[in-house]
Every structure is written in C-alpha cells, then in structure tokens.
Design a protein around this ligand. Structure first.
Ligand code: GDP
Length: 436
C-alpha cells in the first residue's frame, strides 16, 4: 500500500501545462480541493473527488530541478512517480508534437508497473483532436486530448483516471460495515445447532436486527475481535421452530449469499458433499463471496481420515476453499470458526500493491507463456477488493485453462484460499514505439 488515498502523479516536461491541468482537475465542479501544499517545495499534492472516488493528485513540476542531463532527469522523474503513485499521467503538448524529452520519459514509463495515461494538453478545439493521435507513437496507448486552460474533456479524463484507481478511495468514503456472514446449506445438516454453538463461543453478546425481507432477521454478534453480522438467521436460534423444507430453500440461500461477504456452507458429513451442496457452492463463487465449507456431524463419521481426504479434495475445487470438521452436538471444531471467519473475511477484503501484482503475474507469464500471445500482460492492477478484482492490460483474453493458471498464481501469492478472484482482460492497443 502506498498510502490511504490512491495517488495520481502528473508528469511531463516543462510548459506542457501540468499545473494548469492539476488545478483544472481539482477545480471540476464535482472535484473538491481540500488541501494543501505537500511537505516539500518541489511538489504539490491536492485531494480530488470524482464520482465519489477520492484521490491525491501529485503535481511533480519541481522534479525537474533534481538532476542534470535529459536521461538522468527523466529517469529520476519517472522512477519517483512510479514509486509513489498508483496511476501516472504523462502530460504532453499536442501543439508541439513529440519532443525528445517526451520520448525519453515514455521510454522509461513503458517499464514501470503502474498504469500510465498519456494526456495531450492544449487540444482547445475539436479540430485539434487529431493532434492527440500522434502520441500513440510513444507506445503508451491512445492519448486523451484535453484543454486544461478551457476545461475541455477534463470530465472524460477524470473518468479514465478513476477507472484505473485501486479501490482505497472507496473504502475511505465511509467506515467499513461489520463483516457479514451467511450460514447456508440443506435442511437438517445442523445449521441451527451449529449457530447456537457459535453463539456460545467467545463470550458473544448477541442482538437481533431486522433483515431486508419481511421475515428475515439478522443476528449481530459482538466478538472480542469486533462486531459481526450473521444474515437471515430467523429460526436458527429457537429450538422450537417451524422447520419447513422450504425455509432454507435454494432461493433463500441465494438471497443470504447476496447479502453476505462470506458464506459458510454447512454440509452433513455422513452424506458428503452432495450435488445440491455443489449447486450452492457454485452460487457462492459466482456471487464472489468468501467461501468455507463445514462438514458437520463429524461425530458420526467412522473412517474419518478417508472421508476428510475425499471431501476436502472436492471442496478445494471451489476457490481452494477449506473444509472444517465440526460436531454441533459435542461442540468439537466450533471454537476455531470465529477466527477462521474473521481471517477469511480479511483476506477477501485485502488489497495487493500494483507492483506486487505485476511481479507475480510477470513471473507467471514468463514461467508459462500463454498460447499464441493471448494473456500477454503489459501491466496489471487490483482494482477492487471484496472479492479481489484484477485488471490485466495486454493481449486478448486467454482461454479458461490459462485463466485458471493465472488465478491460481494470484491465489497462492496473495493468500486467497477460499476467496473467488475476478480477472478482466483489457486489450492494450500499442503501435511500435517511436525511436527518436
Ligand atoms: P438445520 O436444518 O440445518 O438448521 O439443522 P438442525 O440444526 O435443526 O439439525 C438437524 C438435526 O441434526 C437435529 O436433530 C440435530 O440434533 C442434529 N445434529 C446437528 N448437528 C449435529 C452433529 O454435529 N452431530 C449429530 N450427531 N447430530 C447433529
């Protein structure tokens, strides 16, 4: 992590209009400037908000005084921006075309892991839009043509910027809600018994809150490590209840999964991981929820080793989820659950730095290249968490097998067992870089 708010560095040679652009972006109607010159004289950091996303714009104007000679200069500027920013804007002057300094900066920036957006400034009229096209030759994709002085297209530019931001700004918007868990599974597997056991763990304080539908009730539990919510637990706490097969129907489970962060699928160990259980598991993964399977009634199992091995293997096909053995009858295995759930929730919500993501994926692609150029990755970034979602810029979307390979590499590197991973592949259109 490079700080609480995502950071956008504004880079470019002198006189391309960096400061005007920063002021324009911050001064947009939706963008609010809160503060405040940065700590050192050679850079200014301003907070901006666009479509609900907060981020810091770093005006790097002063970098230029740092070193001598164009190569040393741009290297210092580019490397510094890359080390402290999540997104880099390379500002160029649409009227002057590509200069030697622009090309040198672009060469350096093609090597950094962070997403780079080329901004062609001084496009004051629609006729001048064509000038922006020439900057493709920098090898950093299509330039966004703007006029910082007139405000032309600055909304479009802000849209492009927030698209590339990691999600820290969203989290900063409001304090995160309590972790939400759903206990799901077929009737009679022991959900209610297990839930009552969970309630007696960890000196819990419990109170109820209305859920979202008329008859659903959530249970709020205060654990020593924080308050958590179990969604739709109506009927689970009282031993005498109407226990229709309908109640925990697939539809009901689906709704609970939608509202939860992490789903705990309770299965009857005697019956194994049944086809119906697998249907629910598929729903959990599709919904992008953290996933844990509990094999309850473990006290009834005779060949414990063999049963565990078989079930754990099947369960791990779903996002490498763990299998926990419990007996709601004796309470065995239940004390582990609260910590496992909190840990799973934290991992589901985690965020990896762009540089680490790239390191992992580049190694993965080097060790096992994608067939025929698909899956070629120029850079990648985690754009959101809960579940972790990654955007991979480069070649075409690879086939399912290769996608699974990349997913497994990410899962192993970032400790995401039991966490579904989302990947989006974006084509990065690149022409041959200019060689000035
Ligand atoms: P639910 O429909 O999933 O909520 O299941 P219940 O909690 O109502 O449990 C169904 C039946 O299984 C009840 O008769 C429980 O006493 C029994 N049961 C629940 N957990 C266990 C367990 O761990 N071991 C054994 N032997 N029986 C259990």
């Amino acid at each position: 992590m490079k700080g609480v708010l995502p950071r956008v560095a504004v880079l470019g040679r002198q006189n391309v209009g960096k400061s005007t652009l920063v002021n324009r972006l911050v001064g947009q109607r939706e963008a609010i400037a809160h503060s405040s010159p940065g700590v050192t004289r050679d850079r200014v950091e301003l907070e901006a908000t666009w479509r609900g996303r907060r981020f810091l714009l770093i005006d790097t104007g002063g970098y230029l005084h740092a070193a001598k000679g164009i190569e040393a200069l741009v290297r210092a500027q580019a490397d510094r921006a890359a080390s402290e920013a999540d997104v880099i804007l390379l500002v160029v002057d649409a009227r002057s075309g590509i200069t030697e300094e622009d090309a040198a900066l672009a060469r350096r920036l093609r090597k950094v892991a962070e997403p780079v957006l080329v901004v062609a400034n001084k496009v004051d009229t629609a006729q001048e839009e064509v000038d922006a096209l020439t900057f493709r030759a920098l090898g950093l994709g299509e330039a966004v043509g703007v006029s910082a002085a007139l405000g032309r297209s600055s909304g479009d530019l802000l849209d492009r910027i927030v698209e590339l931001l990691p999600d820290a700004g969203v989290e900063a918007e409001e304090p995160p809600a309590e972790p939400r868990f759903a206990l799901v599974g077929r009737p009679n597997v022991g959900k209610s018994s297990l839930f009552n056991r969970i309630l007696s763990q960890e000196r819990s304080v419990v109170y109820e809150e209305a859920g979202t539908t008329r008859d659903s009730v959530d249970a709020m539990i205060e654990w020593p490590m924080g308050t958590v919510r179990f969604v739709d637990t109506a009927g689970m706490r009282r031993p005498t209840r109407v226990h229709g097969v309908e109640y925990y129907s697939f539809v009901r489970a689906t709704q609970a999964i939608e509202r939860a962060d992490v789903a705990i699928l309770v299965v009857d160990a005697l019956e194994g991981f049944t086809a119906e259980d697998k249907r629910i598991a598929v729903r959990v993964i599709e919904a992008g929820r953290g996933f844990l399977v509990v094999a309850n009634k473990w006290d009834l199992i005779e060949d414990k080793d063999r049963t565990y091995k078989l079930m754990a293997e099947e369960v791990s096909l779903f996002a490498k989820a763990s299998l926990v053995r419990t007996s709601a009858l004796s309470g065995q295995g239940v004390p582990r659950l609260p910590h496992m759930l909190m840990d799973l929730h934290a991992r589901w919500n985690s965020r990896a730095t762009t540089s680490k993501v790239n390191e992992v994926l580049i190694r993965a692609v080097t060790e096992q290249p994608a067939p025929r150029g698909a899956g070629k990755i120029h850079y990648a970034t985690q754009v959101s968490s809960g579940p972790p979602s990654f955007v991979l810029f480069g070649g075409a979307t690879p086939g399912a097998t290769y996608q699974r390979y990349l997913e497994n590499r990410l899962r192993a590197a970032f400790d995401l067992d039991g966490v579904p991973i989302r990947m989006k592949f974006r084509l990065r259109r690149r022409k041959t870089p200019a060689s000035p």
